[in-house]
Design a protein around this ligand. Structure first.
Ligand code: B1M
Length: 210
């Protein structure tokens, strides 16, 4: 089995103690960090499908997520960019009612390596907390909101609209598996991206830095 296959199996089976070494081994044999990351994202897709099919339950999803996060920690060291000047501060969080943070953390990693100073508000972030963070931090140029559940899409809308009510000129980008460009436009976001890489490109574009 290739090293990347090993990583996939370890994520799917939630072996968080073995994952860091497996990711490092994959890097050592020359696998690209992006390919390893794509493999882990695909594994989470498999985990989600098994959950949908009733083959696994929430605890198994949780341990797979923990394994993936440990793997991402190793990749961070090699994927971190070398942005030398700051584009400004970006406030990011997963919206109220939503506990999914892997996608958010990947977006943070990509925006950071593109030159943003990132403030991570974590998960289950109420709309007002995004506003408070804009007030409390210097040079905020962007608010980024992640939502993974169809049931928390209204919370994304509330976050965007609450930020825009208090700071009409603040740029806001949204994303997450159930979100579409149409929905992002409908709720008044300035940008939408389907994955972490394109989030970094879009973020720079909407603040006029690309
Ligand atoms: Co949950 N969960 N989960 N879960 N979970 C999903 C999302 C689900 C699709 C699984 C399924 O049914 N197939 C389903 C949602 C269905 C729906 O609403 N359409 C689901 C469900 C139902 C639930 C619960 C309700 C289950 C329950 O309790 N009965 C519950 C809800 C809890 C809550 O949030 N209130 C729940 C709980 C959990 C765990 C806590 C156990 C765990 C999360 C742990 C953690 O995050 N630390 C978990 C997991 C792991 C998943 C799956 C399996 C994996 C999510 C993930 O990390 N993917 C997921 C199935 C799946 O995704 N196929 C599932 C990998 C990650 C890299 O992708 O997060 O999509 P993603 O991020 C991508 C893009 O979306 C995008 O870029 C990222 C990287 O490329 N992106 C952005 C994300 N944010 C962005 C922001 C941007 C731009 C792009 O701009 C700002």
């Amino acid at each position: 089995m290739s090293k990347i296959e090993d990583v996939k199996v370890l994520v799917e089976s939630g072996k968080s103690k073995k994952i860091a070494a497996a990711v490092q081994e994959a890097l050592d044999v020359g696998d690209k960090a992006q390919d390893i990351l794509n493999a882990m994202v695909a594994s989470m897709g498999v985990v989600g499908d098994k959950f949908s099919a009733g083959e696994i339950f929430v605890p198994e999803m949780l341990i797979a997520a923990k394994a993936m996060s440990k793997g991402v920690e190793v990749l961070k060291t090699v994927m971190a960019g070398d942005a030398s000047s700051s584009l400004g501060t970006c406030i990011m969080g997963t919206v109220a009612g939503d506990l999914h943070d892997i996608g958010k953390n990947l977006v943070i990693m990509m925006l950071e390596s593109s030159g943003f100073d990132m403030v991570d508000l974590g998960v289950d972030v109420p709309a007002e907390k995004f506003v408070q963070a804009v007030k409390e931090n210097d040079n905020v140029v962007l608010v980024a909101c992640s939502g993974l559940l169809t049931t928390t899409m209204p919370a994304l809308k509330e976050a965007v609209q609450t930020v825009k009510t208090v700071f009409p000129d603040m740029k806001v980008i949204v994303g997450g598996a159930p979100v579409t460009l149409e929905y992002a436009t409908e709720i008044g976001a300035d940008g939408y991206a389907s994955d972490a890489g394109s989030a970094a490109v879009k973020a720079k574009e909407i603040i006029g830095a690309s």
